[in-house]
Design a protein around this ligand. Structure first.
Ligand code: NAD
Length: 295
C-alpha cells in the first residue's frame, strides 16, 4: 500500500517532531490536538526547528523553499473527522493506556479501513492498544526518539497480530522519513529502553553505593565508553519523571530488580526535581550551559 497522507495525534514534543519530519519528507500531514493553543505551541516549535535546519542547507538538505513546501503540507485540526482519509495515523498523545485506547477506538470508525495505526508509546503494550480496535492486523509501534528531527532511529514494533504487509509498509515509511528503522517485537521497552533503562538505574545505584560522584560517573562513561553524555546528564535530559514511570511499567512486566527504581530516583521525582525541564535533577540548571551537580 502507498502512503500519501499522514495523521499525527498530539502536537507535543514528539508529535510535532513526527509531523515535521513527515512534512519535510513530502507527505501531507494532518495533526490532531485537543485545543488550538496546543497546536499553536507545537507549530511554533516546528517553525523554529525548520528555520534552524534552513540555516545550513548544505548540511541538512533543507532549503528555505523546502521549508515553505513543508509548511504548506502541514495542517492542524481539533476535529478527529479530518483524519478520515489518512493512510497512516501515528499516535503521540500522553503516555496513558486508557487515553490511547479511547482515542484509537474512536478513530477506528472514522479512518478508512485499510489505513495503518501506529503508536509512538515508549512503554505501553502495543497489543493492548491494538485490541481496542477492529484492525489489530494493521497496528504497529513506531517508536521515534527525541528530538525527532535529529535522532536517526525508529523502532518498528510488531505484535503477534500484525500482518507482514502492515509491518513492512511501516518499516518502509520509517525509511522514507530519512530514519534508520530497526525491527522489534512488542516486549516492554523494545530494544533501546530494554538495554538503556537498567544501565541508567545502575548508574544511580552505583552513586548510592559510593562507587563515584555524579560528575565522575558521568565522565567515566563518557570518556571510557565514548558515549556522547554520561548517565546522569542523560537522565536529566530524558526527564526523571518519565524514567520513573517507565521503570514501573518495565518492573511490572519483568519483575526483575534491574528494572526497579532506586530510592534516590523516587525521592527526586517526589521533590519535583525532574531534570532539565524543571531546572533541577541530578544537576542544577540555573545556568543551563554550566550545570552544577546537586549532590
Ligand atoms: P507531550 O506531553 O509533549 O505531548 C502530548 C500531547 O498530546 C500534548 O500536546 C497533549 O495536548 C496531546 N494530547 C493529549 N491527549 C490528547 C487527545 N486525546 N487528542 C489529541 N491530543 C492529545 O508528550 P511527548 O513527550 O510528546 O510524548 C508523547 C508520546 O510519545 C508518549 O506516548 C511517550 O511515551 C512517547 N515518547 C516520548 C519520548 C520523549 O522523549 N518525550 C520519546 C519516545 C516516545
Amino acid at each position: 500500500m502507498q502512503i500519501k497522507k499522514v495523521g499525527v495525534l498530539g502536537c507535543g514534543l514528539m508529535g510535532s517532531g513526527i509531523a515535521q519530519v513527515s512534512a519535510t519528507a513530502g507527505y501531507d500531514v494532518t495533526v490532531l490536538e485537543q485545543e488550538q493553543r496546543f497546536l499553536d505551541k507545537g507549530f511554533a516549535g516546528i517553525e523554529k526547528s525548520l528555520a534552524k535546519f534552513a540555516e545550513k542547507p548544505d548540511k541538512t538538505g533543507i532549503t528555505p523553499e523546502k521549508v515553505k513546501e513543508a509548511r504548506g503540507r502541514l495542517k492542524g485540526v481539533t476535529d478527529r473527522n479530518a483524519l478520515a482519509d489518512c493512510d497512516i495515523v501515528i499516535e503521540a498523545i500522553i503516555e496513558n493506556v486508557e487515553e490511547k485506547k479511547k482515542m484509537f477506538s474512536a478513530l477506528d470508525g472514522i479512518v478508512k479501513k485499510d489505513a495503518i495505526f501506529a503508536s509512538n508509546t515508549s512503554s505501553i503494550s502495543i497489543t493492548e492498544v491494538a485490541a481496542a480496535t477492529k484492525r489489530p492486523d494493521r497496528f504497529v509501534g513506531l517508536h521515534f526518539f527525541n528530538p525527532v528531527p535529529l535522532m536517526k532511529l525508529v523502532e518498528v514494533v510488531r505484535t503477534i497480530a500484525t500482518s507482514d504487509q502492515a509491518f513492512e509498509t511501516a518499516y518502509e515509511f520509517g525509511k522514507s522519513l530519512g530514519k534508520v528503522p530497526v525491527r522489534t517485537s512488542d516486549k516492554t521497552g523494545f530494544i533501546v529502553n530494554r538495554l538503556l533503562v537498567p544501565y541508567l538505574l545502575d548508574a544511580i545505584r552505583a552513586y548510592e553505593e559510593g562507587v563515584g560522584s555524579i560528575p565522575d560517573i558521568d565522565n567515566a562513561m563518557k570518556l571510557g565508553c565514548g558515549y556522547p553524555m554520561g548517565p546522569f546528564t542523560l537522565l536529566d535530559f530524558v526527564g526523571l519523571d518519565t524514567t520513573y514511570y517507565i521503570t514501573h511499567v518495565m518492573f511490572d512486566e519483568f519483575k526483575e530488580r534491574r528494572f526497579a527504581s532506586p530510592p534516590l530516583l523516587k525521592r527526586l521525582v517526589m521533590a519535583g526535581w525532574y531534570g532539565r525541564k524543571s531546572g533541577k535533577g541530578f544537576y542544577d540548571y540555573k545556568d543551563p550551559n554550566n550545570p552544577v551537580p546537586c549532590f
